[in-house]
Design a protein around this ligand. Structure first.
Ligand code: NAP
Length: 561
């Protein structure tokens, strides 16, 4: 029962309930509604955007080119939309998603400013009962948490945090209206992709910026520019080819290098001469963004190949930093490049050449506590500041699902079921949780493939699965435990064949104390992933148990279900 203004109402029934209005959720609402499913979306923010709504800190922008980090499902949309920069700023991605919501009239089926408090599967009716913090209830046959893999901010539990008298902010909860750093003493904790983007922005106006760095990241130039008109027109003319090849050939969903489409490299770093290797690295460094990932085929598989990139990057970084001691601190020594996500910079290294920026190595001298006036380190050193920024990342992949309080058949919670790590088949569904589908979920290509493109494929696949289910007169579907375990084994096998186990990061849950260690994404590439999905579908949805129409099904009134 739902209580609105004191009036008790029955839950609102739909066929599909989606949570989250980011790239994935919006595409799900759009496609499933078009297919005839009564679909509603619940979003905690006051507007669309997902992670691009919440991460409004200065400097936030994409590191996959705008022309690729965008939806491909509608030709008119992708041809009409003009990107002002090669790599879109957060405000432009948000403007784009607002445009998508308006263009496809999505807002009429979205509840904004409402947070899901619980989602419980009702076996008798084979439906999900979802309750929100406004006391609203929804009953839906299918439940799609499209909550993103980087949406639950992680704030480390540092002693004394509550005592700080100044302003304390997490980068993913940036205050509306921004922060005026002029004349302020600022400390930032965290130097991942977010810190790398924020630091030069803060350095420009703050009186002083203390960078509390626990681990340096491998950081390369983004080489952002205003969008050259000729480039945008030329690439748009090749969109059919680009979009096809992003799915068929590319690892991360991007193919543009140095203002053109570029096929994947087929050479090993060890089979070319040192001069050829240097030329290739120079080319990619200058081309910018994530293009170094694909310089050679074996950089994430072979330590000796990877060492050539490490040596190159070290040299490049030293050229950019005036003080050799600061350069030493900024160069990672305990994990190979590319085994944590590469960070892309605009003015990051320059910031450390400024007099108002101080780099503190908190691995050598850890943070002991936050005091009312700043940060005290274990050595006793004190950094008094007015503002502390936590750029400390996210409880990735599973954190946002946890917050939904999901309970499956028999009262078993998702937390209990996933106590030793996430269990999904193809990143799409968990065993023991019927009719719940994930988008960019744990054990999908998730963090390794462009969200707009991945969600498009997954949403269409889910729609095909629902259609087939309806044709079979089944009311529910869930993967068999054996299919899930087989997929988990495949995810681990690919991961263990790479150098990635040498690094600790959010990719493996290592950034959150107490979180099960498990590699959270499928690394076999999107083409292999899609192939596995298509095989499953073609083989009568092999590995998926159907539950027959033993239940009354009040929500399933759409002709499509
Ligand atoms: P992150 O990569 O997880 O980095 C978190 C930072 O906080 C690390 O430097 C970490 O140090 C530090 N940290 C965490 N807990 C700490 C503690 N208790 N004490 C001291 N330091 C602590 O998070 P992120 O920078 O937000 O990036 C997450 C992901 O979001 C990226 O990898 C990327 O996929 C995405 N992102 C993308 C962009 C973009 O360019 N498009 C921008 C921002 C974010 P340790 O390394 O030592 O743990």
């Amino acid at each position: 029962m739902s209580k609105t203004n004191g009036v008790v109402t029955t839950p609102t029934s739909v066929d599909v309930l989606v949570v989250g209005a980011g790239f994935s959720g919006l595409r799900a609402l759009h496609h499933l509604r078009e297919k005839g499913y009564r679909t509603h979306l619940i979003e905690a923010g006051d507007d669309v955007g997902g992670t691009w709504y919440w991460n409004s800190y200065p400097g936030a922008r994409v590191d996959i080119e705008s022309l690729e980090y965008s939806y491909a499902f509608d030709d008119e949309l992708q041809l009409e939309w003009e990107w002002p920069e090669r790599y879109a700023a957060q405000s432009d991605v948000l403007r784009y998603l607002q445009h998508v919501a308006d263009r496809f009239d999505l807002r009429r089926d979205i509840s904004f400013g409402e947070r899901v408090q619980s989602a419980t599967y009702d076996e008798a009716s084979a439906t999900w009962l979802v309750t929100t913090d406004r006391g609203e209830q929804w009953r839906s046959r299918f439940f799609i948490p499209a909550v993103g893999f980087l949406s639950t901010p992680y704030v480390p539990d540092i002693q004394g945090r509550e005592s700080f008298a100044g302003q304390l902010v997490h980068s993913a909860r940036w205050p509306e209206g921004g922060i005026d750093f002029a004349g302020k003493r600022v400390a930032i904790i965290g130097t991942g992709s977010t810190g790398v983007q924020l630091i030069p922005q803060i350095a420009e106006s703050a009186e002083s910026l203390t960078v509390l760095q626990r681990s340096p990241m491998w950081v390369v130039p983004l080489q952002n520019t205003p969008m050259p008109e000729e480039y945008q027109t030329r690439i748009k003319a090749r969109y059919p080819e680009l979009r096809r090849r992003e799915l068929d050939e590319s690892f991360a969903g991007n193919l543009l290098v140095d203002f053109d489409l570029r096929s994947s490299e087929t050479r090993s770093a060890l089979e070319v001469s040192p001069e050829e290797r240097e030329a290739e690295y120079d080319f990619r460094w200058t081309a910018g963004g994530l293009s170094l990932y694909t310089s050679f085929t074996d950089l994430i598989f072979n330590q000796e190949a990877n060492d050539t990139l490490r040596e190159y990057l070290e040299r490049r970084i030293r050229q950019l930093i005036k003080d050799p001691t600061t350069a030493d601190k900024l160069i990672p020594t305990d994990y190979p490049p590319l085994t944590k996500r590469l960070c892309c910079e605009t003015g990051y290294y320059d910031a450390f050449n400024r007099d108002n920026v101080h780099l503190v190595d908190t691995k050598a001298d850890p943070i002991a506590e936050i005091t009312p006036t700043g940060v005290r380190l274990e050595s006793g050193a004190v950094h008094d500041v007015d503002i502390i920024i936590f750029a400390t990342g996210f409880d990735a992949a599973t954190g946002s699902l946890k917050r939904l309080n999901i309970t499956g058949p028999g009262g078993r919670t998702l937390d209990e079921h996933w106590a030793d790590g996430a269990r999904t088949h193809l990143g799409l569904m968990s065993d023991a949780f019927p009719n719940m589908f994930f988008l960019a979920g744990p054990l999908s290509p998730g963090g390794f493939f462009s969200p707009p493109l991945q969600s498009d494929y997954q949403v269409q696949l889910i729609a095909r699965m629902l259609d087939r289910l309806a044709g079979e007169d089944a009311v529910a579907i869930e993967p068999e435990p054996a299919a899930v375990e087989d997929w988990m084994t495949q995810v681990d096998a690919v991961y263990n064949a790479t150098l990635l186990p040498k690094a600790q990061s959010w990719w493996s849950g290592a950034n959150i104390p107490g979180k099960p260690r498990q590699f959270l994404y499928y690394l076999g590439g999107f083409a292999a992933y899609r192939n596995a999905c298509e095989q499953m579908f073609a083989d009568e949805m092999r590995g998926y148990r159907r539950i027959g129409d033993h239940a009354s099904a009040p929500a399933a009134t759409s002709s499509a279900v």
